[in-house]
Design a protein around this ligand. Structure first.
Ligand code: PMP
Length: 409
């Protein structure tokens, strides 16, 4: 009977949101979830999304029919160009296969399911997914849910709050040849630490030498540098190097379409003569998996994104909206670091402005995070991660004072 189902733990992130909502203190600060907030701590509908929405509503031919199994074709093709680069050799050679998914989570899941069924490296021990330590908490659940084993490679150096490249390369080098390597394309969650282009080249070299299989998770394109092309650089580079690889692409953050679940999964194969045959076989299997899981992906978010991605003027407006978001976050990084240095808060705070994207790994301990919550009504994950988008000109000083106080205790 149902008594055999044990009580599961509450999702950490959604538990944090509930606790924040219950808190009645007027100074409370929400630095938990990775959703953009404007300077009034309110959700922001991108102006370009409003424009696209109006166009959509005026369209007399709009209906609520099912999308094809692989999704809205004009959405998936524009998504390919965005992530691979418009002049990508892989697109020209038709070596990219794309399936619309339930946002980035659905794309990671479809990739994981596909790998669990069809990935068969010569060395069976290589059927393991290596993820950065730390990584997005959901990665572990998504891959283990489909029966794949997870291991980790070193990534974040706690002393420097920066990338531990040597340890990462050594770990990738000692993993069994043909392992699956999960990489964050840009704006690494939760650390905000990305490899430089030179570092990416070294990472690519080890992955190539060891014949590992790269799987890029890209949830923040346009959010790291404010430039879509720059944030796509690592993926473009790997494709140029001829890798066969997987990409999970989310439009939740960069379009502010969190609840609409717009995303894409891409399979890119290398420039072999058998590429077309590979694409056909992989596509046939992905269609079967998709059919049994969701039948057809959701239409609304994909239509909005598609209108913007396929129209020059709307695309330019989108780039401006992205710069608004990334620009405000950069300002908050500067403000927070400035206030902490002004207060003479013990420790180094340069990493606050050096890290990029939506998150910052502050280096605060679990105990300090607890004090921030209990004494200051500041809500953040216990690993010391803050969502920079939760800071604004009205609360950044309050937060800096709170950090200063718990660090000195
Ligand atoms: N990957 C990473 C690393 C993320 O941070 C997120 C968003 N939290 C996702 C994937 C997927 O998010 P969504 O399903 O909302 O697109």
């Amino acid at each position: 009977g149902p008594e055999v189902v044990p009580q599961g733990p509450e999702d950490v992130m959604f538990g944090l949101i509930a606790a924040y909502r219950r808190d009645q203190d007027p100074n409370k600060v929400d630095l938990g979830i990775g959703a953009y907030r404007d300077n009034n701590a309110k959700p922001w509908v991108l102006p370009v999304v409003k424009q696209a929405d109006e166009l959509l509503r005026k369209d007399p031919n709009l209906n609520h029919e099912y999308l094809p199994i692989a999704g809205l074709p004009e959405f998936t093709s524009a998504s390919q160009q965005l992530i691979c680069g418009a002049n990508s050799p892989a697109i020209k050679d038709k070596r990219v296969l794309s399936v619309q998914t339930i946002s980035g989570t659905g794309a990671v899941h479809l990739g994981a399911l596909f790998l669990s069924k069809f990935y068969s490296p010569a060395n069976k021990e290589a059927k393991v997914v290596y993820a950065s330590a730390p990584t997005w908490a959901n990665h572990n659940q998504i891959f283990t849910n489909v029966g794949l084993e997870m291991k980790s490679y070193p990534y974040f150096n706690k002393k420097t709050c920066a990338l531990d490249l040597d340890a990462m390369l050594a770990s990738l080098n000692s993993a069994p040849s043909g392992s699956i390597i999960l990489l964050h394309a840009c704006a690494h969650n939760p650390t905000g630490v990305d490899p430089t282009q030179e570092q990416w080249k070294k990472i690519a070299q080890v992955i190539k030498d060891k014949q590992h299989f790269p799987f890029f998770d890209c949830a923040y394109q346009g959010f790291a540098s404010g430039s879509l092309a720059k944030d796509g650089w690592a993926i473009n580079y790997f494709i140029e190097q001829g890798f066969e690889l997987l990409i999970a692409q989310s439009f939740a953050k960069n379009f502010g379409l969190y609840g609409e679940r717009a995303g894409c999964f891409h399979f890119v194969t290398g420039p072999a003569s058998s590429a077309q045959d590979t694409i056909a076989r992989v596509g046939s299997q992905l269609a079967i998996l998709q059919r049994s899981e969701i039948s057809n992906p959701p239409a609304y978010g994909a239509r909005i994104a598609s209108l913007v991605l396929n129209d020059k003027a709307l695309f330019a407006q989108w780039e401006e909206d992205l710069r608004t978001m990334s620009g405000r976050i950069i300002e908050m990084r500067k403000a927070l670091r400035g206030k902490l240095e002004q207060l003479g808060t013990p420790g180094e705070w340069n990493h606050i402005t050096e890290q990029i994207g939506m998150f910052s790994f502050t280096g605060l301990s679990e105990e300090q995070v607890g004090k921030l919550r209990d004494q200051w009504h500041v809500y953040m994950t216990k690993n010391g991660r803050i969502s920079m988008a939760g800071l604004n000109t009205k609360n950044v000083e309050y937060f800096a004072k709170a950090v200063d106080s718990v660090v000195r205790e």
